[in-house]
Design a protein around this ligand. Structure first.
Ligand code: NAI
Length: 263
């Protein structure tokens, strides 16, 4: 078991899901967010930290073996906001990780890095990135930065292009993009446990019938998603009769709207 796992964005939706179950994956979980998520439970350290604050992030990463980097603005936002939370925050984290000798980062990327591909195209890790939003662009930056830190310094990263991680799929698009919290947890655990990952790009998606993304290149991980959106299909197809905004793009609505919702 690794000694200390840092989780950024631990106060968010996914961080909240993982806080308890990840306890078995590291002796100490260092949980961090820009918002206060104290108190620390047994086996936890809690650090309130803005990822845009370089000195604070240097201290945050010290003594950590791995990092699950969830902390970010997690949807479309102004460039100035993304500049702080996603561009600068991710740079600060990688630089701090390098200085601290961190072995591996699991970077929460997004399907919105490929959101302008058409629905029906099957993509893999080599498909061209076509971000559908400034948010998607900020995650492309994170993916490239991670590649640079791997090639230059050997710092391993798994870029997880998460689909839609919710308790249940909510609309037709999510019948293809859904990632169950249980599958997300098993993927994160696997990526912590495997001895070597190098630089890996993979899609966070459950075993959905109409998934658009292939992880065939990552079979060596031995990760098999267990859930599928199929049980939800009938109810969703009944309730959503008309195509939703942006439904011909993989990124859905984010591809269809202008910057910050303006056309
Ligand atoms: P969330 O918005 O619920 O959580 C993100 C957390 O990051 C929040 O607690 C927020 O306070 C924190 N944060 C924001 N700016 C920060 C800063 N400057 N410094 C420190 N912390 C900061 O998002 P969620 O759903 O938990 O997603 C986690 C990660 O996964 C995000 O990076 C998101 O982009 C990515 N993702 C999530 C998907 C999903 O289906 N939930 C889909 C695709 C990607």
């Amino acid at each position: 078991m690794i000694k200390r796992l840092l989780v950024t964005g631990a106060g968010g939706r996914l961080g909240h899901h993982l806080r308890e179950p990840l306890k078995g994956s590291a002796e100490i979980l260092r949980l961090s967010d820009i918002v206060d998520i104290s108190p620390a439970a047994r086996g936890e350290e809690v650090v309130q930290c803005d990822l845009a604050d370089r000195e604070a992030v240097d201290a945050l990463a010290s003594d950590c073996d791995m990092i699950l980097h969830l902390g970010a603005i997690s949807g479309e936002a102004s460039f100035d906001a993304l500049l702080q939370g996603n561009f600068l925050g991710t740079y600060n984290l990688y630089e701090a990780a390098r200085k601290a000798g961190v072995r591996r980062i699991l970077f929460a990327s997004t399907n919105h890095v490929i959101g302008f591909h058409a629905v029906g195209e099957t993509l893999d890790h080599k498909s061209e990135r076509r971000p559908d939003s400034l948010y998607g662009v900020s995650k492309c930056f994170g993916e490239d930065l991670s590649r640079f830190y791997y090639d230059k310094f050997g710092l391993e990263t798994a870029c997880l292009r998460i689909g839609s991680c919710f308790e249940a799929p909510k609309d037709r698009r999510m019948l293809s993009t859904w990632l169950s919290p249980r599958d997300f947890l098993s993927l994160v655990r696997k990526l912590i446990e495997v001895p070597t990952i190098g630089h890996l790009v993979l899609y966070g998606v459950s075993a959905n019938r109409d998934a658009w993304w292939s992880n065939a290149h990552a079979d060596f991980l031995g990760w098999k998603p267990r859930d599928t959106s199929e049980p939800y299909r009938e109810a969703i197809e009944q309730s959503e009769k008309q195509p939703a905004e942006g439904s011909h793009y993989q990124g859905g609505r984010l591809a269809a709207i202008g910057i910050l919702g303006k056309r």
